[in-house]
Design a protein around this ligand. Structure first.
Ligand code: AMP
Length: 375
């Protein structure tokens, strides 16, 4: 059975690496000649809106899936002419737009940060006045890793900052903005779950995430000090979203923890960086479970394999190779990407029974010197 993947970055690469032992074959489409999934599967190098390339991608494939959600509607419509697309493009359309996400979360009874939408400068001024500063202005579509956002502080500079944010954030897009009240969260959590073609749902333990500059730096699973009630709330919420969207595959939802009260931030209709620890840390990883789900196979267990796991992202550069590999028990994943400022080029996961020991080893990984030259 062949599975086609739209996108050929590290998420596609890890899907291929997880699904290949199941006897599955993969083909990806990505316009970048050096797309790193191309190291491990057939790579069609063409634009995402090239009708011939889309037909080639889907030819003979059981199903088409995605490694990112910002897929043009015309592309998914074309793909649907060739066969099943999982998760269904309706879920992608929701995940592409911060307003649609929030409306879905609210419809399902989940709290979200107070927000207003805006297009024009006057609307943005009114939205900021209604929500109150400090607040965050975000583009409704196409933002990621902190891009497409501006933080506004109260004070005499506010009016100028609103004008600057409007100029910056409406350049080169449809101009749809959302203003969110700044939430004084205690920490960030995420919940990842998978739904099969037959409707079975399996949820991974809650994950605690640390972001810097809008980019994920570290994830710990299971998130420490989570009450049974909080864990149940997150579990029931992600299950409700999966069911509402008739979703097939892995879905991640980012949450703000205000000390026992959860607010939903955003969802990713795909495998997610805060689930990379599942490769070594759970019985069946998010990547294998996504592949199993979209291929119509039974799901694997989402239980922890060793008790605790910590994942450290490698941003901009990898750590020095020999030093990293000399740390026993550290699982290093180098994505084969060229180092570049703020680029995710790899990650490392530490697993074990003891939380303090796992964290101590993960701290050693973070303190490694950067690699020089090629890995
Ligand atoms: P996002 O792209 O929405 O995930 O935002 C990137 C990061 O900005 C999040 O992981 C948070 O650390 C921070 N952030 C986003 N929205 C808010 C908010 N309403 N209040 C406080 N921090 C936020």
């Amino acid at each position: 059975m062949t599975i086609a993947i739209l996108g050929g970055g590290q998420l596609a690469r890890m899907l291929v690496l997880a699904g290949t032992p199941l006897g599955l074959r993969f083909r990806c489409l990505d316009p970048a000649p050096d797309a790193v999934a191309g190291h491990v599967c057939e790579h069609l190098c063409a634009p995402f809106d090239d009708p011939d390339a889309l037909a080639k991608l889907a030819r003979g494939a059981e199903v088409v899936t995605f490694e990112f959600e910002n897929v043009p509607a015309a592309t998914t419509e074309r793909l649907l002419q060739h066969g099943p697309v999982r998760p269904h493009p309706r879920a992608l359309a929701t995940g592409q737009d911060r307003l649609f996400e929030k409306q879905l979360f609210q419809h399902l009874g989940m709290g979200v940060p107070e927000y207003r939408t805006a297009h024009t400068l006057a609307e943005l001024q009114a939205a900021v006045a209604a929500v109150g500063a400090p607040c965050i202005v975000k583009t409704r579509r196409l933002g990621y890793d902190g891009r497409g956002q501006a933080r506004l502080k109260p004070g005499p500079e506010l009016a100028a900052a609103i004008a600057a944010a409007h100029r910056e954030l409406t350049r080169g897009n449809d101009g749809g903005l959302i203003v969110e009240r700044f939430v004084p969260f205690q920490r960030e959590l995420s919940v990842l779950a998978v739904r099969s073609l037959r409707g079975e749902i399996a949820v991974y333990p809650l994950v605690e995430n640390v972001h810097e500059g809008g980019i994920l730096r570290r994830s710990r699973a299971p998130a420490p000090d989570v009450s049974t009630a909080t864990s149940k709330q997150a579990h029931d919420f992600v299950a409700a979203v999966l069911q509402d969207l008739d979703y097939v595959g892995v879905l991640a939802i980012e949450l703000f923890d205000l000390g026992g009260t959860l607010l939903a931030n955003e969802m990713a209709p795909r495998v997610h960086n805060s689930g990379h620890w599942t490769i070594e840390g759970s019985v069946c990883s998010q990547f294998e479970n996504h592949v199993r789900a979209v291929a119509g196979l039974p799901l694997g267990s989402t239980a922890m394999a060793h008790g605790q796991a910590t994942m450290v992202n490698c941003i901009s550069t990898l750590p020095a190779r020999d030093a990293a590999l000399a740390l026993p028990g550290v699982h290093v994943h180098a994505y084969g990407k060229q180092p570049r400022e703020n680029r995710k080029v790899g990650h490392a996961t530490v697993v074990g029974a003891d939380r303090a020991a796992v964290d101590a080893l993960a701290a050693k990984v973070s303190a490694l010197p950067p690699a020089r030259g090629e890995w």
